[in-house]
Design a protein around this ligand. Structure first.
Ligand SMILES: Nc1ncnc2c1ncn2[C@@H]1O[C@H](COP(=O)(O)OP(=O)(O)OP(=O)(O)O)[C@@H](O)[C@H]1O
Length: 242
């Protein structure tokens, strides 16, 4: 199976604070992997290394068969267009409408397009997350769940092949969390994406992930399907299912 991400022996420290101590993983095309781990274990650092928002210290990170640790800035930009990163809070610009928030990545990273083309892209992305009616709203008028959806629409507008979800359901009630998890699945179907999903929400992992990986002490400690890990005798793993 084709890998869209392949990481070998990734290490990262901030000063004396060693975070990643030899991370290895592969993400196949079309696959969803959930990354579990206690707070502060380096899940976000790992995903940020994948798009070089953080520079790793050593190791290889192949994205679409290119080692991004060796790339020049302009080549990285090409990769970033193909890898969407959904930040924890949605990271919307509060002073811009939803429409303007969605136009922003298009204007920054794509060839000039005429107004109506950009408008169509905005509408398609909003329709994909079921929020076309929020187009002219300001972020302050949106609920937490709506902000997550709009953040996702802003990621989708560039039609990424990989999406990195950083805690897509955190801070949401169980019903809205479930809706976001279902949306992640619909997005995979529609856009044919592969995803890494950092989550503390086991329901989200159950719904969205083909495979779960548990980060502990700077390495992956366990991996398997939801059902395989649920049956694990290992106390570290079992703790996630209590
Ligand atoms: N830019 C940075 N400079 C210094 N330390 C950092 C930086 N980014 C992250 N860290 C440290 O790296 C560690 C891992 O952080 P990270 O955000 O990856 O944790 P996480 O597993 O995603 O946690 P959570 O589940 O709480 O979001 C933390 O100790 C954090 O303080």
């Amino acid at each position: 199976m084709k890998n869209v991400i392949e990481i070998q022996d990734l290490e990262k420290a901030f000063g004396s604070n060693v975070i990643l101590r030899g991370v290895n993983m592969k993400l196949h095309k079309g696959e969803n992997i959930a990354i579990l781990g206690k707070s502060g274990t380096g899940k976000s650092v790992l995903t940020k290394c994948i798009v070089r928002l953080i520079e790793c210290d050593s190791g290889k990170i192949n994205v679409f068969d290119n080692d991004i640790t060796e790339m020049e800035v302009d080549q990285i930009d090409e990769i970033r267009k193909r890898v969407g990163y959904l930040f924890q809070g949605g990271a919307l610009y509060d002073s811009m409408t939803v429409k303007e928030n969605l136009e922003f990545p298009v204007r920054r990273t794509q060839l000039p397009k005429n107004k109506s083309e950009v408008n169509d892209m905005v509408d398609e992305a909003l329709e994909s997350v079921g929020l076309l009616e929020a187009k002219h709203k300001m972020p302050a008028e949106l609920s937490g769940g709506m902000k997550k959806r709009i953040g996702l629409a802003r990621t989708l507008i560039l039609k990424p092949e990989i999406i990195l979800y950083d805690e897509p359901t955190t801070g949401l009630d169980p019903v809205t969390s479930g809706e976001i998890s279902e949306l992640i699945m619909r997005i995979r179907e529609k856009y044919n994406t592969s995803s890494l999903i950092i989550t503390h929400d086991m329901k989200c992992a159950e719904i969205t992930a083909d495979k779960l990986k548990l980060l502990k002490d700077g390495k992956f400690y366990a991996e398997g399907t939801f059902d395989e890990l649920r049956k694990s005798d290992d106390r570290e793993v079992a703790a996630y299912f209590n």
